[in-house]
Ligand binder design. Structure first.
Ligand code: AMP
Ligand code: ZN
Length: 113
């Protein structure tokens, strides 16, 4: 069920504009509106889960991760990329709908900030 006032639910419902790169029955991939790297995509499940701790569907999570790797290849990120799932306030999660960040196209720091 779409959650009211959730921007990702609104994008999935077609109520808010986004650049959609891929979608299937259970997930969607869009470009991040405020990119933090030359390539910055978000892979988002169509069902509303507040974060990774709320989602018990391992098949869904696995498929989203595999799709992230395919998108990295489509975006020519053969030099490397990073997948990130911010979870909760201390990790800096700002949108309370589970999503995987795919970042690439520049050198990255470790440890992350
Ligand atoms: P997080 O901070 O991990 O919750 O990630 C949320 C991401 O959503 C941030 O990278 C934002 O730039 C991105 N974002 C916020 N609003 C939109 C939008 N309308 N379309 C695409 N990405 C968005
Ligand atoms: Zn949502």
């Amino acid at each position: 069920m779409a959650k009211q006032n959730c921007i990702f639910c609104q994008i999935i419902a077609g109520e808010l504009k986004a650049t959609i790169l891929w979608e299937d029955d259970s997930a969607i991939a869009i470009r991040d509106l405020y990119p933090q790297a030359p390539t910055h995509l978000l892979i988002i499940p169509k069902e509303h889960y507040t974060d990774i701790t709320e989602c018990k569907d391992g098949l869904l999570i696995g498929n989203m991760l595999k799709q992230a790797a395919s998108l990295a290849s489509q975006e020519d990120l053969s030099n490397g990329f990073r997948l990130i799932i911010n979870t909760g306030p201390q990790a800096g999660q700002t949108v309370a709908h589970l999503h995987i960040h795919l970042l690439g196209g520049r050198n990255m720091q470790w440890p992350p900030g």
